[in-house]
Design a protein around this ligand. Structure first.
Ligand code: ATP
Length: 439
C-alpha cells in the first residue's frame, strides 16, 4: 500500500501572485526543542489562510518567524520576490494582532489607532481622520475618546485590529484573536474580520485551534501537527478529502469515527473490511477496492462521519453493522446515538506519532522530530530520551451516529446501521489516506 503524502500538491492559487513563501522553515529553541520542522507553504496575494492545529504544534512560532519576531533556524521566508528571512520586523510590511490586543495604556482609542501613522510621519489631522474612518468600520466610533482599560475584551480587540490595519500592511497576521471573547462576540467579530480583510484585500494568516473559525473564515486551511503541515486545501477539501486520519479527526463535530479494520480479499478480488466479528464490502468498481485488493491482511483505518450511517430495519441490507444503543444526545436538529458495536476505535491524536520503545520490538521506531532535525543538520541522533507514552491508539469504543430527532429508540435497543461506503475514507495504519488524489 502506498500512502499518499501531502507533499507535492499543486498550489491552487497560482493565478495570483504569491505573497508569502515559506521554504523549508525550521525553528529549534535552545538547540534542542524543534517547534517547526522544515515547513513549506505558499500564501497567495490577498488570500485568507488559516493555520489550524492543536496547542503546541508550532502555529505561533511560525507566525512570529513571518513577522520577524523570531529568527528562523533554517529555511527561507519570502515576501513576493523579496527574501525576507533576515529583514527587520518593520521592513516586512507585516502587522500582527495577538490573543489579547496589547494597546498603549496611556493613549485613548483614537490615539492608539492613529499612532502608527504618526510615527510614519503623517500629520495629526490626516492620521486622526483615518482612525475615525477605521473606527466606524470596526463599530468602535463611540469609544474613540475612551482609555483602553475602560473597554470590553471585544472592543480592545477591535482597537488592536484597527491599529494593525491603519498602515495598510501587505500581510496581516492574527494569533487567536478571538480566544478571550465570549461566544456571541466571537461570532460577530469573526464575521467582521472576514469582511474587512476581504474589503482591504490584505493577505491574511490567521492562527487558531478552533475548527469553526477555520472553516468559516479561510480561503484555505493549513492543518499543522508537531511542527509540520499535514494538509492544505479549501475548507471543503480538507473536510471532505482529508489527507490523514489526524486531519479527519481534527475537523468536524461530532468527531469522525475511525474504525480499526483488516483488509480481507475474497474470491474474484472482492474486498471486505473486517471489524472483528462484523464487516463491510467495497464495490468492485470502487477505486479503494482496486488499491486494496493487493493488500490482503493489511491493517487499515476506516473513517466514517456520524452521517455516513443510517438506521435500517431489514436484516439483509449490504454493509450493515449491528450494535446496542448506549446513550442518546439531543442536539436540536438531530440526535446523536452512541452505539456499542464491539469495534476498535482509533484515536487520531495517537496515529502517526512516535511509538513507545516497548510497544513493538519489531517495529521500526519513528525518529523523533528532534532526531530527524539533528540528522539533517549533521549532528547525529539526539541523546536517547524515553518517548512519551500517550496511551493506546486503539480501544473498544462507541460508534457515534447521527439519527433523526424523531427516532423513538431507547437505551439498550439493538439496532442495524447501514454504512454508506461512498462516504467513508480509508487510511493506512500510519494514518495516511490510501486513495488520495493529489490536489
Ligand atoms: N521561546 C521558546 N522557548 C522554548 N520553547 C518554545 C518557545 N516558544 C515556543 N516553544 C515551544 O515550541 C512549541 C510550539 O509552540 P507554539 O507556541 O508555536 O505552539 P502553538 O501551536 O501556537 O500553541 P498554542 O495554540 O497553545 O498557542 C511548543 O512545544 C512550545 O513549548
Amino acid at each position: 500500500m502506498r500512502p499518499c503524502l501531502p507533499v507535492d500538491r499543486k498550489f491552487p492559487y497560482k493565478a495570483y501572485m504569491t505573497a508569502i513563501r515559506l521554504d523549508g522553515v525550521s525553528k529549534v529553541f535552545d538547540g534542542e526543542h524543534l517547534a517547526v520542522d522544515e515547513l513549506s507553504l505558499e500564501i497567495g496575494d490577498g488570500e485568507f489562510m488559516v493555520l489550524l492545529g492543536p496547542s503546541g504544534c508550532g502555529k505561533t512560532t511560525l507566525l512570529r518567524m513571518i513577522a520577524g519576531l523570531e529568527r528562523v533556524t533554517s529555511g527561507e521566508v519570502w515576501f513576493g520576490r523579496t527574501r525576507g528571512t533576515d529583514l527587520a520586523p518593520r521592513e516586512r510590511g507585516v502587522a500582527m494582532v495577538f490573543q489579547t490586543g496589547a494597546l498603549y495604556p496611556n493613549r485613548t482609542v483614537q490615539e492608539n489607532i492613529m499612532f502608527p501613522l504618526q510615527i510614519a510621519g503623517k500629520d495629526d489631522a490626516e492620521a486622526g481622520s483615518t482612525a475615525v474612518g477605521l473606527a466606524q468600520i470596526l463599530s468602535i466610533e463611540s469609544v474613540l475618546d475612551r482609555m483602553p482599560w475602560t473597554l470590553s475584551g471585544g472592543q480592545r480587540q477591535r482597537v488592536a485590529i484597527g491599529r494593525a490595519l491603519v498602515r495598510r500592511p501587505k500581510v496581516f497576521l492574527l494569533d487567536e484573536p478571538l480566544s478571550n471573547l465570549d461566544a456571541t462576540m466571537r461570532t460577530e467579530l469573526r464575521q467582521e474580520i472576514g469582511a474587512m480583510t476581504r474589503d482591504l484585500n490584505v493577505t491574511t494568516l490567521y492562527v487558531t485551534h478552533d475548527q469553526v473559525e477555520a472553516l468559516t473564515l479561510a480561503n484555505r486551511i493549513a492543518v499543522m501537527r508537531d511542527g509540520r503541515i499535514e494538509d492544505v486545501g479549501t475548507p471543503t477539501q480538507v473536510y471532505n478529502d482529508p489527507a490523514t486520519a489526524f486531519v479527519a479527526g481534527f475537523l468536524g463535530t461530532p468527531r469522525i469515527n475511525l474504525m480499526s479494520a483488516t483488509v480481507n480479499v475474497t474470491a474474484h478480488h472482492r474486498v471486505r473490511l473486517e471489524f472483528g466479528s462484523q464487516s463491510i464490502g467495497l464495490d468492485p468498481t470502487d477505486r479503494r477496492s482496486l488499491i486494496l485488493r493487493h493488500h490482503h491482511g493489511a491493517p487499515v483505518i476506516v473513517g466514517a462521519r456520524s452521517n455516513a450511517f443510517s438506521l435500517i430495519t431489514t436484516q439483509d441490507a449490504p454493509n450493515q453493522l449491528t450494535g446496542t444503543i448506549r446513550a442518546f444526545e439531543f442536539h436540536g436538529q438531530q440526535s446523536i446515538a452512541f452505539v456499542q458495536c464491539g469495534i476498535e476505535i482509533v484515536d487520531p491524536d495517537r496515529i502517526g506519532r512516535p511509538r513507545p520503545a516497548h510497544a513493538s520490538p519489531l517495529a521500526e521506531p519513528t525518529p523523533s522530530l528532534l532526531g530527524r532535525f539533528r540528522r539533517r543538520i549533521g549532528l547525529g541522533a539526539a541523546p536517547a530520551t524515553p518517548v512519551e507514552f500517550h496511551g493506546p491508539s486503539h480501544r473498544r469504543a462507541d460508534l457515534v451516529v447521527e439519527l433523526p430527532v424523531d427516532t423513538e429508540l431507547q437505551r439498550g435497543t439493538r439496532i442495524q446501521l447501514a454504512l454508506d461506503t461512498s462516504k467513508i475514507h480509508i487510511f493506512d495504519h500510519t494514518g495516511h489516506r490510501v486513495d488520495r488524489i493529489t490536489r
